[in-house]
Design a binder for this molecule. Sequence first.
Ligand code: PEP
Ligand code: MN
Length: 339
Amino acid sequence: MLIVMKVDATESDIADVVAVIEELGLKAHPMPGAQRTAIGITGNQGTVDTTRFENMPGVAEAIKVSKPYKLITLDLRPEKTIVRVGDATIGGDELAIIAGPCAIESHAQAFAIAETVRRSGARFFRGGAFKPRTSPYAFQGLGEEGLKILAEVRETYGLKIVTEALDESSVDLVERYADMIQIGARSMQNFSLLRRVGRSRLPVLLKRGLSAMLDEWLLAAEYIMAEGNYQVVLCERGVRTFAQHTRNTLDLAAIPAVRRISHLPVIIDPSHGTGKNYMVTPLARAGVAVGADGLIIEVHDQPERALSDGAQALTLEQYDRLVDEVRAIREVITPAAVS
Ligand code: PEP
Ligand code: MN
């Protein structure tokens, strides 16, 4: 159920409704909006009696929610969520750019790339310290040492750090060093991990699973929000299809599809979405043109020597050009395309 408060409802009206929800053993999720506050309710197995709330002071309506999601939905929050990562944002006016190597390999590698990322004006630096690799014999990342390098990058360049947590124990470490937790495609339905990051103070970048339907992806976001963390950014990174000309098929239609249902920001990953260097820039342009709130891009100072995902890494020069091109596209698309 969803409770919509009146425009003139007071803080104490809201607190009274929250108290009744909690007395029923349920969780209340107040979402203040530009016009009014709505309160989502989770934790109920069956339906909750709406009449209990209808006559409370400040309540405009109590609505039964028939959809499987309660918190990601525009019914609860008609305005778009702007995720704040320190003084940087995702989902606001500015196109968010998250760039960096697939994996942190060394101090020198990370710094060579971060220098370019900083100069481009991007606010976020990516790089895996814990890598989900198909083979157990492939480079698995530097672990905590990689996180320490990332923390130095933040210190030196002021970039916000986005890095993946593979499991619950790595969340503890990532929280110590980073600014945003990435949940990888392979972990999209690791429900205990989703719950754990739902209890984190850090925002979460939630990648779409390799073969996830839209509902499954949105319900994964719902898991995080149900624990009380509303700072979630969705990331379309391509799904498995029969296509052989790309590593994955980047589903650009996911952007308007998400927009129709959810207030959460959504970004595009054309690196994993194509797997091929020469396709990254064209698909990044397309992602911005369909209204993505940002891009996550893999870039390397020496792609031919990369320890993971070298085939899709842009060179520093290619990355600089991409940033110029996507910013120009963002300038000309109407605000309606991204709202
Ligand atoms: C990555 O960002 O390097 C990564 C492993 O992404 P995904 O989970 O989308 O495959
Ligand atoms: Mn990668």
